[in-house]
Write a protein that binds this ligand. Sequence first.
Ligand code: ATP
Length: 416
Amino acid sequence: MEHAAVLVTIGNELLSGLTVDTNSAFLARGLASIGLKVRMKLSAADSIPEIVHALHLAEQQGTVILLSGGLGPTSDDCTKPALAERYGRPLIFYPHVMEAVQAHFRRLGRTMPEINRNQALLPERSTLLPNAFGTAWGIWIEEGGKHIIALPGVPFELKPMFTEQVLPRLQQKLPPSPLLSRTLHIFGMGESAIAERIADIERSLPPAISLAYLPHYSVVRLRLTGSSPDADALRNQMHEAEQNLLHRLGDAVFGFDDTSLEAELGKALRAAGKSIAVAESCTGGALAARIVSVAGASDYFPGSIVAYANEVKQHLLDVPADLIGQYGAVSEAVVQAMLNGLLQRIPADYGAAISGIAGPDGGTAEKPVGTVWIATGSRANRQARRFQFRGNRNDVIEYAVMNALGLLLQQVRAGS
Ligand code: ATP
């Protein structure tokens, strides 16, 4: 049977929704990177019987069972007693773990609370994984061909332990069948429009390849995943599927794998030796923040103007007051004037200007919440578009930022 993993996250706060389970997404991505699929995810309460029950279920589905959380010293931390019970490995005292925990407190300049002696009580016959950032050591139990691995719940403790200690060892112990993946990033087409356009390609994908739609605001990622013992055949099939999709979707595909609109915009500007500035009203600097999230943005981003109030639009972007009076701040005339003023004030090759109603208040029948005007372009060639976005305030801001980035990318790539 193909190896597969099951994730078991532990904690009442995960079940109540007080903590969002980000650990399992992190673990699943890491496992995929070594060709291990996650077949099931479970969340169990802080209770020994619940965790033992989850382990029973997990054992039926996976060779690798990865637990997170519940390794702390307090009575509500039940992972260790559950492992002890399920795998018949009583908790014993490990002096070298005790020393490491004491050293941890010494480094922090604190005396160790007595309760932390419990951190040195761990199941016998297990491999113990040191914790460089906390007191809960990881536990690796091998039982009946299965690997049961318990990691601390705190993300900054779990992540290095998993990446540095668990993944390399798993790779050694379980030679995987090849898993390939390729992600196409699409801007300017919604999920259903894409699905319609590629329906026949999707239907004729070979069984070894699956396709997932991952929409995020105005970008849809299409992920091809292939798994087969025949690596060469799989590589060819993946290549063919990708080519078919590219042929069908054309320029809507703006990048591959780990990328983003802002990263691609940066690459396009750098390749063309051009620069960009932005003027923002309703996004309040979110577009500029996105542009500078790309390392090296100083090569092509001289700066931005956040002009939230009408007076600032007038004073810093030279938008005529009567234009605002006549058309309103959220209008084609005003975003065009913002862009004009911007490119006068900041000498850049391209610019974008955004003005809209992010809500929840401020909408009218004519311009409801979510109405956003975006002007983009160069001195020679400008366009302005009206959008009607859905969602709450943050959603409207995010949509506006992504659309401005997408429109800019199209223009810079077209050299217009
Ligand atoms: P430690 O002893 O180092 O605190 P632990 O294994 O006892 O580790 P938990 O008590 O289960 O960890 O969780 C500690 C905190 O870690 C939680 O309050 C929560 O903030 C975070 N956490 C736990 N599980 C997850 C998860 N699946 N995703 C994201 N964060 C988590």
